[in-house]
Design a protein around this ligand. Structure first.
Ligand SMILES: [Ca+2]
Length: 115
């Protein structure tokens, strides 16, 4: 009787968790349900978010929708009208900072992952 319980327990532990499995093209980074490409040598990447129309109202460039999620680095945003583009950098744990849009940051590419 004790051996049967052990076998059932091992079976349950060995089941793979496919709920977070992702399949991204080579060179792309999987995160949640998306794949991201950091395709350039520049460590700074623009994520497509800007407040260039109304200061403090951060909108996605492609949809013109107000961001419902934010991930600011401590003390950010702090650039006011001189910083209207949101940038991420590995050294800041990919948290957001506002920078001037006149800088030549490369875009971060995102596609849906395949489950
Ligand atoms: Ca701003």
């Amino acid at each position: 009787m004790k051996g049967e319980i052990l076998i059932i327990g091992l079976f349950l532990v060995s089941l793979p968790d496919t709920s977070l499995a992702t399949d991204c093209p080579d060179g792309w980074m999987a995160y949640n349900a998306s794949c991201y490409l950091f395709a350039h040598d520049n460590p700074y990447h623009w994520i497509g978010l800007t407040d260039d129309v109304i200061e403090g109202q951060w909108k996605w460039h492609d949809t013109d929708q107000v961001a419902t999620f934010t991930n600011w680095w401590t003390g950010q945003p702090d650039g006011l009208r001189n910083a209207n583009c949101v940038i991420i950098h590995a050294a800041l744990q990919y948290k957001w900072t506002d920078q001037g849009c006149q800088e030549s940051f490369k875009p971060l590419c995102e596609i849906a992952s395949v489950y």
